[in-house]
Design a protein around this ligand. Structure first.
Ligand code: BTN
Length: 247
């Protein structure tokens, strides 16, 4: 993993570039890094602010032989790789299931996993990781500032971007191999559970345009969020948008 790195000084989106390369046959394990993204993509069709030399914007090309249903686990592997790297460098990262990394209640990293599959067979999976490493307060607009921040702002010191991305790639390789070996990604899920910001909290869940309130009980060994709805019914969520109430 990461033995081949394709580096762009400027790119529209590392996910888009990775997909184009994968469509042309690029092999498993190649990493695409951009110093800036001119059309960075977030989840749910949002854009992702990606100023030059300030963040870490990168994507993996993976060709796993797994059921497409398991794609959410790739996002958890990526989240766990980021959190572990933060731990190694002394940053207190938390995970907001399923794909956000949080510092002091603010989002400092997001993950967008895209896939190409045909007839239940994966062609490739592209997890894209965006880390707000050294962004300054003026890089965020008014609305974004309320929810998002950077590692530099939250920790008070600039981040060695090279060290952080190197550690994430190494951790990703290890955790991905472990996922391929057990088919469950239990090592990654354990990290995400230990560092979960949601377990025990009152949350708002948005599904199919509907909002409902619940309490998070656990992140189970299948990587599902176990919630108790108001009224006591317990359900396992496979994916979704969850926000902590009052935030
Ligand atoms: C989100 O939280 O909405 C996901 C954000 C994902 C951003 C990263 S930056 C690298 C990769 N390329 C993109 O265009 N998006 C992802």
């Amino acid at each position: 993993m990461g033995r081949k790195i394709v580096h762009f000084d400027s790119v529209d989106s590392t996910n888009t570039a990775a997909k184009e390369l994968a469509d042309k046959g690029e092999e498993h394990g190649t990493v695409i890094i951009g110093e800036e993204q001119t059309a960075g993509k977030g989840r749910l069709g949002r854009s992702w602010v990606s100023p030059k030399y300030k963040g870490i914007w990168f994507s993996f090309i993976l060709r796993p032989e797994i059921n497409p249903m398991l794609i959410a686990k790739v996002t958890q592997v990526a989240a766990a790789a980021v959190v572990k790297a933060g731990d190694e460098m002394g940053f207190d990262f938390k995970v907001k299931w399923p794909n956000d990394i949080i510092m002091n209640d603010k989002k400092v990293c997001g993950i967008l996993t895209e896939m190409s599959a045909e007839l239940n067979q994966i062609n490739y999976v592209i997890p894209g990781i965006g880390i707000n490493a050294n962004l300054d307060i003026e890089d965020f607009d008014k609305e974004l500032k309320e929810k998002a921040s950077s590692i530099k702002i939250e920790s008070g010191k600039a981040v060695d971007r090279k060290e952080l991305v190197g550690r994430i790639i190494n951790n990703f390789e290890e955790l991905y191999d472990s996922f391929m070996a057990d088919g469950k990604g239990i090592d990654s899920i354990r990290i995400c559970r230990d560092k979960s910001i949601l377990i025990g909290r009152e949350v708002r869940v948005i599904r199919g345009g509907q909002t409902a309130e619940a309490r998070v009980l656990d992140l189970n060994d299948d990587g599902e969020l176990v919630v108790e709805w108001e009224g006591g019914r317990i359900e396992k969520l496979f994916s979704g948008e969850v926000s902590v109430r009052g935030k």
